[in-house]
Design a protein around this ligand. Structure first.
Ligand SMILES: Cc1ncc(COP(=O)(O)O)c(C=O)c1O
Length: 417
């Protein structure tokens, strides 16, 4: 398959000399993207597609790991960002756009009355933890076993690799998802040490199936946190704007204290935000958190344009509808080829697994075959859809899946067929 990606492979070779592992960040470990079988370097994107450095075109179901929701190179969003950048992106003071965007976010995200900016999802989480600790005078944090909240050292449990201080996650306690009893037991013994419970709106773990909240789960979590004086923090970095523009807590019907958003907010422009309810405003005023680029104005202009665009149509419903078509289509085509495809999570960011494929061997082969056909999917991580994906794009991908499953049928272990 390397002949499909010669320029990618050459760049990868060069990159390995000057960039540790050749690729930094989300695609770093070749476990997900085996050398020679994927486009390693992109050239340009438009809508839901991108072209790699070899000129191959792909329908993209990773959307910059969620950063793209309205389409790559969206003319209105890019024009807003470019026009602002032409006046100076990173100035010494914040611009009026920071106030305009904060007002828009507070109006949009249910229950929130203030917001603080950052660049990456990890910034938003770090700020939330500072606020929670400032507000409660406690240090502990409860998270869900298997959840991913970024690669900072407080998240040791969800990151591979060396160089992590053993005490990095010392203040973190893990409980299983969808188990209010475990949270209740933990808070009964350690509640007076816990500042925050940090949860994603549904469980989209690092590997494998996503799991929606069981009926009553969020109500129980909210009640337990309130009783223990623990701040309920929603990490909506990945799911944000793909369930409900008012925040995923609106979709599931609960009231968090703090909400962290990033990824889709700026439609590929780097921006993050921590939003909070009124009672924790003073705590936010009492902390110091900063980053040189946190007040950059071009991503704020992009975010305003993006939010207005998303709000002006039935964006979330449209993304769900094409996602549904993709999920049901993959299940059907999988069945036709003898594979039990499981699409979990929500249609706007589904996770694909195959029954019996515990080690993801088949999913890896499937994703490689999909790349060869012209659709980019990830074998172990959830996918993302956007308003730029049309029914025609999805149907094209389903024809890629048909070919990919056919190729797979010759190599799959009998256990999964
Ligand atoms: C749920 C969740 N939280 C936090 C983060 C960290 O965001 P970032 O990589 O932008 O720092 C991510 C990133 O993928 C995420 O998926």
């Amino acid at each position: 398959m390397t002949e499909r990606y010669p320029a990618s492979s050459n760049l990868y070779e060069r990159a390995q000399r000057v960039i540790p592992s050749g690729i930094w960040g989300h695609n770093k470990f070749p476990a997900a993207f085996a050398p020679g079988r994927y486009p390693f370097f992109a050239d340009r994107g438009r809508g839901c597609r991108f072209v790699d450095v070899d000129g191959n075109e792909f329908i993209d179901y990773l959307c910059g790991y969620g950063a793209m929701i309205s389409g790559y190179a969206h003319p209105e969003i890019d024009a807003a960002a470019a026009s602002r950048a032409s006046l100076g992106d990173c100035l010494t003071q914040p611009t009026a756009l920071s106030v305009e965007l904060a007002e828009l976010l507070v109006e949009t995200v249910a229950g929130m009355s203030w917001c603080a900016f950052g660049k990456n999802g990890s910034d938003a989480l770090a700020t939330a933890l500072l606020v929670a600790r400032s507000s409660t005078g406690r240090d502990g944090v409860v998270c869900i076993d298997g959840a991913y909240h970024g690669s900072h050292s407080w998240c040791n449990w969800c990151n591979p690799g060396e160089g992590r201080p053993a005490e990095g996650s010392a203040e973190v306690r893990l409980v299983p998802w969808n188990d209010p009893g475990a949270l209740e037991a933990l808070l009964a013994t350690e509640g007076d040490r816990i500042a925050a419970a940090v949860l994603t709106p549904f469980h989209h773990p690092i590997l494998g199936r996503s799991i929606l909240p069981a009926p009553g789960y969020w109500a129980a979590v909210e009640r337990l946190c309130r009783t223990a004086g623990v701040l309920l923090v929603v990490d909506d970095v990945r799911a944000g704007f793909r369930l409900d523009l008012r925040g995923s807590h609106s979709y599931f019907g609960f009231r968090p204290d703090l909400v962290c958003l990033s990824k889709a907010l700026g439609n590929t422009y780097p921006i993050a935000v921590t939003l909070g309810v009124e009672p924790h405003r003073r705590a936010a005023e009492a902390i110091f958190a900063s980053g040189t680029f946190w007040n950059c104005s071009a991503p704020m202009a992009a975010s305003i344009a993006n939010l207005r665009l998303l709000a002006s149509g039935d964006a979330v419903a449209r993304i769900w509808s094409v996602g549904e078509r993709l999920c049901r289509g993959l299940e059907r085509i999988g069945r036709e080829h003898g594979f039990e495809v499981e699409m979990s999570g929500v249609p706007s960011m589904p996770t694909m697994t195959i029954a019996g494929d515990e080690s993801f061997v088949v999913m890896n082969r499937f994703a490689e075959a999909m790349a060869a056909e012209g659709s980019l999917v990830n074998p172990t991580h959830n996918w993302f859809l956007s308003t730029a994906h049309t029914e025609e794009d999805v149907d094209e991908t389903l024809s890629h899946a048909d070919a990919a499953f056919a190729a797979l049928a010759t190599i799959a272990e009998p256990a999964v067929r």
